[in-house]
Design a protein around this ligand. Structure first.
Ligand code: C2E
Ligand code: MG
Ligand code: MG
Ligand code: MG
Length: 289
């Protein structure tokens, strides 16, 4: 029977699947090494106010420069990190690094950090956030945590407690990729979001005549306005989309049209910060930990 089972394995796993599993294991080993090797860095993408057309913040986006594969997309490795338990260590590095780098920006500029549902389920998250704020010296109100609807999938009382703990610290909360996934309006009823990020799939094509996405964006903005939440349209690529998004009443725009994600030093340049001194007033330089 054992022999038959052994043969059976080869029947059930195609070469492709074996390769897939092996690739995944290699990716996992490499990810583990990447943390200690310092192979990650953050890029920052501007978030622009539709009213003032000024940069009011940046979203931190992780980049992994793999020794042989080159740049690996977070869309490929974040899910692996979530499955193999490495997301906690990576997420901590992202949060601390983003806060430290944001400490060099003018004090009015916010930093948005993506938080995995797995981090969100960890009762230690508020302490980590408090520590990252203290270590960097940035005000809590400058940090915006982006979470997806994934945090509601495993609904327990603890998510309500987590929202309360994070709001108690004074950080802002944004609901990322809104409109994809399950999009239950019930999420908006109880969760204290400061902002809804409208997924780029709704922005795509919205400026074309007769496209139904504009009506959906309009409805989301109306809802958000009524609930006292800001809105960011994601993935805005062309001027026509800026015009439409402004007309639809979104408070913020993020997308290639205003800038691709850039390295920390380029973000400093965009903000007019040279050699560690800010052009803007009210800026206090950070100390290294
Ligand atoms: P997200 O949080 O929704 O981030 C926005 C994504 O859209 C980014 O992709 C950004 O580069 C891309 N984007 C921005 N503007 C445009 C545009 O005009 N056109 C197009 N086509 N794309 C645009 P990126 O950096 O590849 O990140 C993909 C996803 O990976 C993120 O989606 C987020 O879910 C996840 N991610 C990235 N960094 C982190 C991180 O530090 N921690 C966690 N947990 N997840 C992260
Ligand atoms: Mg995001
Ligand atoms: Mg998003
Ligand atoms: Mg996304």
């Amino acid at each position: 029977a054992a022999k038959a089972d052994g043969r059976g394995v080869h029947r059930f796993y195609s070469d492709d699947m074996l390769t897939g599993a092996r690739t995944r294991k290699l990716l996992e080993d490499d990810l583990r090494a990447a943390i200690s090797d310092g192979a990650f860095h953050l890029c920052y993408q501007p978030i622009v106010s539709t009213k003032s057309a000024q940069i009011v913040g940046y979203e931190a986006l992780i980049r992994w420069n793999h020794p042989t594969r080159g740049l690996v997309s977070p869309a490929d490795f974040i899910p692996v990190a979530e499955e193999c338990g490495l997301i906690e260590a990576i997420g901590e590095w992202v949060l601390r690094t983003a806060c430290l780098e944001a400490a060099r920006w003018p004090g009015s500029v916010r930093v948005a950090v993506n938080v995995s549902p797995i981090q969100f389920a960890n009762p230690a998250l508020p302490a980590l956030v408090t520590s990252a704020l203290a270590q960097s010296g940035i005000a809590a109100g400058r940090l915006e945590l982006e979470i997806t609807e994934g945090v509601f999938l495993d609904e327990t009382r603890s998510s309500e407690q987590m929202f309360r703990a994070l709001k108690g610290i004074g950080v802002r909360l944004a609901l990322d990729d809104f409109g994809t996934g399950y999009s239950s309006l019930g999420y908006l009823r109880n969760a204290p979001f400061d902002k809804i990020k409208i997924d780029q799939s709704f922005v795509r094509g919205a400026a074309e005549p007769g496209n139904r996405n504009a009506a959906i964006i309009k409805a989301i903005v109306t809802l958000a306005d009524t609930l006292g939440m800001e809105t960011t349209a994601e993935g805005v690529e062309v001027q026509d989309e800026i015009d439409l998004i402004r007309d639809l009443g979104c408070s913020h725009i993020q997308g290639y049209v205003y800038g691709r994600p850039v390295r920390a030093d380029e973000a400093l340049r965009q903000l007019g910060v040279e050699n560690g001194t800010a052009a803007a007033s009210g800026f206090k330089a950070s100390r290294a930990p």
